[in-house]
Design a protein around this ligand. Structure first.
Ligand code: NAP
Ligand code: GDD
Length: 355
């Protein structure tokens, strides 16, 4: 492996933490197309966690000679240090996190250890190894804006008011990234990304849960979809557009912090209505609050219910991003809109059931 790395030294080397996740999988594809050598870190698990990257990498056939996988964990300083020392990357993308907001209330310490301290471990490794030329990307989040009464849309100057352990942990990571930039001169950047989805989104995030649920209901493989707060508003983009912004952030002439969004927001309920319409489900709503139900008017059946267990102790009601800085300086803008995003997610779900 050492020789191989030396032989290909002229290519840029990227190291991705969180390579098995939604964004990590799209980022590998993007960087390989840009002719990078890509190292990804996967954690040990008792069942397969490489579904999203198996089409690029497999340990038996080595489909791609420029893509390497290492076992590691962002909670283990020695592994972070060793992987960075062995790969000597030009760019590190830290996408690893316990990324589920509601789950962060259930495993708060683990969330902080991964999502907050993980960032510190990588930046400390860069400092200790004197790798001051390695660029660092931090996956910051619009969840940091949290409770905003009047600051809509949110931009790089909006004050953070996190409403979850996840959000608080991301604020720590965000500020640590700025600290290492200012204190040690590391090219460390924050991409403050608003919600972004795709067919590869984890099944317990709301967009995927809705698309998966409604497609199954349409195909008569599921009877009811049970959800939480239908009135939260989000600015949803596509992960493919957003990984491109990560790379652009790292190529900019100086390290900085950037809001990445679409500037178009809808509620969870509107997202459901759009999906239902595309699937030709004649959906009507009845009752309020926890008794609210979605009914298939043609079949006269309740297909959507509310369950309190999906509500959060702290909720973020309204997120809408102002990405003017990225549009102007990075020349970045999203190619997908909410309709093309949903179309792609539905198509992929239908294809899955056709197989
Ligand atoms: P995701 O699908 O949940 O992926 C998270 C990745 O982190 C997975 O590869 C996961 O590994 C890995 N990971 C978790 N704990 C780890 C640990 N202890 N050590 C090493 N790796 C670990 O998340 P995503 O949607 O791709 O998001 C990528 C990043 O952007 C995350 O940091 C997220 O918080 C942030 N973010 C996401 C959004 C969004 O809307 N998607 C918006 C803003 C910011 P396993 O596959 O083994 O679980
Ligand atoms: N997950 C989930 N499941 N959310 C639900 C449900 C449900 O059954 N019902 C309603 N919701 C509401 C949540 O209360 C929230 O207001 C909204 O749908 C979106 O929830 P998620 O899809 O879980 O995303 P999130 O906004 O909490 O967090 C995502 O975006 C952040 C960026 O703002 C994650 O990807 C984070 O990692 C990311 O940082």
């Amino acid at each position: 492996m050492g020789n191989l790395i030396k032989k290909k030294r002229k290519k840029k080397i990227a190291l991705i933490y969180g390579v098995t996740g939604q964004d990590g999988s799209y980022l590998v594809e993007f960087l390989l197309k840009k002719n990078y050598i890509v190292h990804g870190v996967k954690r040990r698990s008792s069942s397969a966690n490489t579904d999203r990257i198996d089409h690029i990498y497999d340990s038996i056939n080595f489909k791609n000679k420029n893509f390497f996988i290492h076992y590691g964990d962002i909670t283990d300083s020695s592994s972070v240090f060793n992987i960075i020392n062995n790969t000597k990357p030009n760019e590190i993308y830290n996408l690893a996190a316990q990324s589920h907001v509601r789950v962060s209330f259930e495993i708060p310490e683990y969330t902080a250890n991964t999502t907050a301290l993980g960032t510190l471990r990588i930046l400390e490794a860069l400092k200790s190894l004197n790798l001051f030329k390695t660029k660092y990307y931090q996956a910051s989040s619009s969840e940091m804006f949290g409770k905003q009464k009047s600051n809509i849309p949110q931009n790089e100057s909006t004050k953070f008011y996190p409403m979850s352990v996840y959000g608080v942990s991301k604020v720590f990571a965000h500020n640590t990234t700025i600290l290492y930039r200012e204190a040690y001169g590391i090219f460390a950047c924050n991409g403050i990304l608003f919600n972004h989805e795709s067919p590869r989104r984890g099944p317990n995030f709301v967009t995927k849960k809705i698309v998966q649920g409604l497609v199954r209901i349409k195909l008569k493989k599921q009877k009811v979809l049970t959800l939480g707060n239908l009135y939260a508003i989000r600015d949803w983009g596509h992960a493919i557009d957003y990984v491109e912004s990560m790379w652009k952030i790292m190529q900019y002439k100086k390290p900085d912090d950037w809001v990445i969004a679409t500037n178009y927001e809808i509620s969870v309920k509107k997202f459901i209505n759009l999906c239902a319409k595309k699937l030709k489900i004649n959906l009507i709503w009845k009752n309020n609050a926890e008794k609210e139900v979605g009914i298939d008017k043609d079949l006269k059946k309740t297909i959507i219910k509310i369950d309190k267990k999906y509500f959060r102790p702290g909720e973020v009601d309204y997120l809408k991003g102002d990405f003017s800085k990225a549009r102007k300086q990075l020349k970045w803008k999203p190619k997908y809109n909410i309709n093309s995003l949903i179309d792609e997610m539905i198509k992929s779900e239908l294809n899955f059931h056709e197989k």
